[in-house]
Design a protein around this ligand. Structure first.
Ligand code: KPL
Length: 301
């Protein structure tokens, strides 16, 4: 199987290293500088137990990559703000049976894929934590689940692809939409609060934030309800606690973006709650305030 990973962020680097132990993987980078560094030095992964491992990975700059590449699997691992831009490139390096897997946090990306005729569409939700600390260096900061499911299809997952996913410990689920909303809720809580308070995930549990967290979750569950999905609020809160515990030292992706002065995913997280709230006529004051505060924080840096 020929696998391409688009996007060399923290999870892109982690998965390039991980997959290279099983299959041929090409990292399709969004900058020439990153592709060159990885070609010369490989990807350096610091494992959970603190060991440094070097992986030789084939890397290409997407502007110069070979468009006849024909990948069997493409992992789309760019952040939400860049997602739409890479879709024409995806269309140019796939064949008619390519498995296209979207790994984004938040909501909105699946609708964007609908404008393209991708036959085998999947989404992944994961609570694993990773931190990129140089263009080719990543630290694995927390274990978590990795769940994949077909988007808008009840067809079984192809046996060869299933075998590959099992080898890399990806769980196949049938109701990915429900998982996406649950993970979305977890990210709306952890990412916005860690970014605002500038603390690693674990520290959210060291201070009194219970009613703030419950209010974020309550508003999300109200909009989810209007969209025909049922979220168990207490259950989501327990999942938030569990993720904070398992990724205790991790800087959430939103905090990493704030620190790197990059555009955050707030519009696809709490901002999406605001958008859906307006569409459904539901007041979502906590998510509105968090969206405004994170946007303001990014602008004031
Ligand atoms: O997905 C994450 C993120 O940082 O975006 C969590 C699970 C919160 C890990 O930090």
């Amino acid at each position: 199987m020929k696998i391409g990973i688009i996007g060399g962020g923290s999870l892109g680097l982690l998965w390039a290293a991980r997959l290279s132990e099983h299959v041929k993987v090409t990292l399709l980078c969004r900058t020439d500088q990153q592709a060159k560094t990885i070609q010369q030095e490989g990807v350096i992964l610091t494992t959970l137990d603190g060991q440094e491992k070097r992986y030789e990975i084939s890397a290409e700059w997407i502007n110069e990559s070979d468009n006849s590449a024909d990948f069997d699997v493409l992992f789309l691992m760019v952040k939400q703000p860049s997602f739409e831009q890479i879709l024409p490139y995806v269309a140019s390096v796939m064949h008619e049976n390519t498995h296209i897997v979207a790994w984004q946090n938040g909501l909105g990306h699946l609708e964007k894929m609908e404008n393209f005729s991708f036959p085998n569409r999947y989404a992944v939700v994961t609570t694993e934590g990773a931190r990129k600390y140089a263009s080719n260096r990543v630290q694995h900061t927390g274990n978590g689940y990795i769940r994949l499911g077909r988007v808008h299809s009840t067809d079984n997952v192809d046996p060869l692809f299933t075998y590959f996913l099992q080898q890399v410990h990806v769980e196949i689920v049938t109701n990915i939409e429900q998982h996406i909303w649950e993970k979305f809720s977890i990210n709306c809580v952890i990412n916005s609060l860690t970014a605002l308070l500038e603390v690693p995930n674990g520290q959210l549990m060291e201070v009194e934030l219970h009613s703030t967290m419950m209010q974020i979750i309550k508003e999300i569950s109200q909009v989810a309800d209007a969209k025909g999905l049922y979220l168990k609020q207490e259950e989501i809160y327990h999942q938030v606690k569990d993720v904070c515990f398992k990724t205790t030292k991790n800087f959430s992706s939103m905090l990493q973006d704030i620190m790197a002065k990059k555009q955050t995913e707030i519009a696809s997280l709490n901002g999406m709650v605001v958008t859906y709230g307006k569409q459904c006529g539901i007041d979502v004051p906590m998510n509105t305030s968090l969206t405004e505060l994170i946007k303001a924080k990014s602008m004031l840096f």
